[in-house]
Design a protein around this ligand. Structure first.
Ligand code: GLV
Ligand code: MN
Ligand code: MN
Ligand code: MN
Length: 418
């Protein structure tokens, strides 16, 4: 077995970095980031590139009905369910080069390294690129991993409209049709385990000077879409007592919530990422305002209490302003805890490979949260500069990208019997 002279199989770091550059060029933004949102032409290009690279190395390429893409390297025992490794290739609208792509390409690097050295594994290893992890073009997020874990695609998703007006059902059909030469397979086949490398998307590893985080779980997320409806009327002639102004209700309720939720519970998160007014005329009181709320907490009960508090504050402020309130829950992702046994495999791999690490809970959600419902799953985090992600300036040092791939290789070898 070829190695670096110390008995240890090594990934090809240069190749991994070149692949990261190659994928970052698809949807590259002028500020050095990536805009490659789910099921767009650019997302399809990235999927095709991964499929082509896989085919060139002699791997088989599959997709499933939600357009999850699989690159499969056969093991010796066809009766063993495969080990799945990967992440996603879609990005935020002003996303970085590493969120998703790093994990997908570390996984592909593991497959290529096994191939380079002719390593025969008992178990098949498959790389996956899950569809629409981000959820920013079509809600909810993690559609690919959710459908995989449920073995079905919820009917309601078909009519989901993108922020750019496109229909989910059309974009999915086109994405499936565009991928050349991939065999179709059913949703949710048996797997032995799932491992995902990802950037931390927060500052703690960098601050503590650690190359690796071993993720023991993921905090919960809920997404709400709020519409407050009032009455549109003339901006110049309508006195305060005649107004049913949904903007006033939105601003006053959000002020209360901003002061209430995060300052009182440092583990909680509250974000308004989207806000729109109808009809959007400079000289008319809006008829309605619609905004999104992203709420997170590591504890399910707290998440429930936060949502209840939000609904009450919104209701009170809407009523005070003579407005109506509609709250639509778009996404409810309970916190996940990864199995101790698999987390221990990662810790052993880190110790053997000499990587300093810490155990941590993920603040961002990931496909591993859903796959953990059907098979043991766990994650490896790498540091990122200033903890910045969902931002074009997102940056991971080359040495940390390579450490992520090396950790994934070492952990995978323990699980597949290489
Ligand atoms: C997904 O990327 C999220 O955690 O928002
Ligand atoms: Mn991601
Ligand atoms: Mn993301
Ligand atoms: Mn994510």
């Amino acid at each position: 077995m070829a190695d670096a002279g110390n008995g240890r199989l090594e990934v090809n770091g240069e190749r991994l970095l070149a692949r990261l550059d190659q994928f970052a060029a698809i949807g590259a933004t002028p500020k050095g980031g990536v805009n490659r949102q789910a099921l767009t032409v650019l997302d399809r290009q990235a999927r095709q590139l991964l499929a082509n690279l896989g085919r060139a190395r002699g791997f088989s390429i599959y997709q499933d009905p939600i357009a999850n893409l699989f690159v499969r390297r056969e093991g010796l025992d066809p009766n063993l369910p495969p080990l799945l490794i990967g992440s996603h290739l879609d990005s935020q609208p002003s996303g970085g080069r590493f969120d998703g792509a790093l994990g997908t390409l570390c996984a592909f690097e593991v497959l290529e390294t096994l191939q380079d050295h002719g390593i025969e594994t008992e178990r098949t290893v498959e790389v996956v690129a899950f569809t629409n992890e981000e959820g920013c073009r079509f809600a909810p997020g993690c559609m690919g991993s959710m459908a995989f874990s449920q073995k079905s695609i919820p009917q309601a998703w078909q009519s989901a409209k993108a922020t750019d007006g496109a229909l989910f059902a059309d974009e999915l059909a086109q994405t499936l049709a565009d991928l050349q030469g991939a065999a179709m397979r059913p949703l949710g086949f048996p797997i032995s385990a799932y491992l995902e490398v990802h950037i931390e998307q927060g500052p703690s590893l960098e601050k503590e000077g650690l190359p690796i985080g071993i993720v023991t779980g993921i905090q919960g997320t809920r997404w709400l879409q709020v519409t407050i409806s009032g009455q549109t009327a003339h901006a110049g002639t309508t006195a305060l007592s005649y107004r049913k102004d949904p903007m006033r209700a939105a601003v006053s309720s959000l002020n209360v919530l901003y002061d209430d939720i995060m300052p009182k519970d440092p583990q909680s998160r509250l974000t308004v990422g989207r806000f729109s007014l109808e009809p959007g005329a400079i000289n008319a009181i809006p008829a309605s305002v619609t905004f999104s709320l992203d709420i997170r907490h590591p504890n399910s009960e707290q998440l429930e209490l936060i949502e209840a508090r939000i609904r009450k504050v919104l209701q009170d402020h809407a009523a005070e302003n003579g407005c109506d309130l509609a709250v639509n829950q778009l996404f409810d992702m309970a916190p996940a805890r990864f199995p101790d046994a698999l987390v221990s495999v990662l810790k052993n791999a880190a110790t053997t490979a000499n990587f300093a690490y810490k155990s941590m809970v993920s603040g961002a959600f990931h496909d591993a949260l859903f796959i953990n419902r059907v098979a043991p799953s766990a994650m490896i985090f790498t540091p990122c500069r200033d903890g910045l992600s969902h931002n074009e300036a997102e940056y991971v040092k080359p040495v940390h990208c390579i450490a992520g791939a090396q950790m994934l290789l070492a952990s995978s070898l323990i699980l597949v019997g290489g």
